[in-house]
Design a binder for this molecule. Structure first.
Ligand SMILES: N[C@@H](CCC(=O)N[C@@H](CS)C(=O)NCC(=O)O)C(=O)O
Length: 224
C-alpha cells in the first residue's frame, strides 16, 4: 500500500483508551496526527465527531465518517493495515476470541476506574459508597483475572497473553495497568501481584509503551 495521507487521532494525554490506538498506529508505522483534547471540558471538539462525547476518535483525511471507540478503531487498523508491522491478532478465530475478550475486560476495568474517580470527586455527602464499592469490585476482579492469566502463561513459559506474539490483549492489559499505576489507584499492586507486576514492567519498558505513557492534564471544569 502506498503511504496514504495521515489519519488523525483525537486523544487525551492521559487516556488509556487512546493509548491503545496510539500503540497500534506506532507499531504499524501508520502515518497519523495526534489531536490532544480534554474531553471533559466544554470547548472540546469531541461532540463534533462523536455524539457520546468520548475519545479516542479516528478521523480520515477524506469525507469518511469518524470512527470512535478504542476497540473499534483498533479492529479497523489491524484489518486495514494487516501487512504493516506486527499482526496483533493471530488469525485463529478461537484465539482471537480470547484476545478480544481480554480487550473487553480491560475496557470494563478502565470504565470502572473512570466512574470511581468521578464518584470520589463529588462533594462530601454526595458520594455513594455503594456505587463506589461496586466499581471497586470490578477493578479488583479484573486485576485478579489479569494476575491469574499472566501467572498461568508465565508458568507455561509464554511471554504474551495469547499465542506467541504481542497482541491487542497485551496492549489492552498493559494500558489498563499503566493508568492504575499512573493514577495511584491501587498503590502496592505490583508487590501484591508480583508476576503480573513484573510482566507489566517488562512490556511497559519497550519503546512503544514508553513513548505513549500517560501524561497528566489540568482539568479546569467541574464534571460531577
Ligand atoms: N469505550 C470507550 C471509552 C472511551 C472513554 O471513556 N474516553 C474518555 C477519555 S479517557 C472520555 O472521552 N470521556 C468523556 C465522557 O465520558 O464524557 C472507548 O473504548 O473508546
Amino acid at each position: 500500500m502506498a503511504s496514504p495521507p495521515p489519519l488523525t487521532l483525537i486523544s487525551a494525554t492521559p487516556s488509556p483508551f487512546a493509548r491503545m490506538n496510539r500503540i497500534v498506529l506506532k507499531l504499524k508505522n501508520i502515518p497519523f496526527t495526534l489531536q490532544n483534547e480534554i474531553p471533559w471540558e466544554k470547548t472540546t471538539a469531541t461532540p463534533l465527531y462523536n455524539p457520546l462525547e468520548k475519545l479516542p476518535i479516528l478521523l480520515f483525511p477524506d469525507d469518511r465518517a469518524p470512527v470512535y471507540d478504542s476497540a473499534h478503531i483498533n479492529e479497523y487498523l489491524v484489518a486495514k493495515y494487516a501487512d504493516w508491522g506486527p499482526k496483533l491478532l493471530t488469525g485463529d478465530t478461537d484465539l482471537d476470541l480470547r484476545i478480544r475478550q481480554i480487550v473487553v475486560l480491560s475496557e470494563g476495568c478502565l470504565d470502572a476506574i473512570v466512574i470511581a474517580n468521578f464518584e470520589c470527586a463529588r462533594a462530601e455527602g454526595m458520594q455513594s459508597g455503594l456505587w463506589l464499592e461496586r466499581q471497586n469490585r470490578k477493578i479488583d476482579g479484573a486485576m485478579r483475572a489479569f494476575s491469574d492469566m499472566v501467572t498461568k502463561r508465565r508458568g507455561e513459559g509464554k511471554a504474551f497473553l495469547v499465542g506467541e506474539a504481542l497482541s491487542l490483549a497485551d496492549i489492552a492489559v498493559v494500558c489498563c495497568l499503566g493508568i492504575l499505576e499512573f493514577a495511584g489507584v491501587r498503590v502496592g499492586w505490583r508487590e501484591k501481584y508480583g508476576v503480573l507486576g513484573e510482566w507489566w514492567a517488562g512490556l511497559e519498558d519497550l519503546d512503544v509503551f514508553r513513548e505513549t505513557r500517560p501524561v497528566a492534564f489540568a482539568l479546569r471544569e467541574q464534571v460531577v
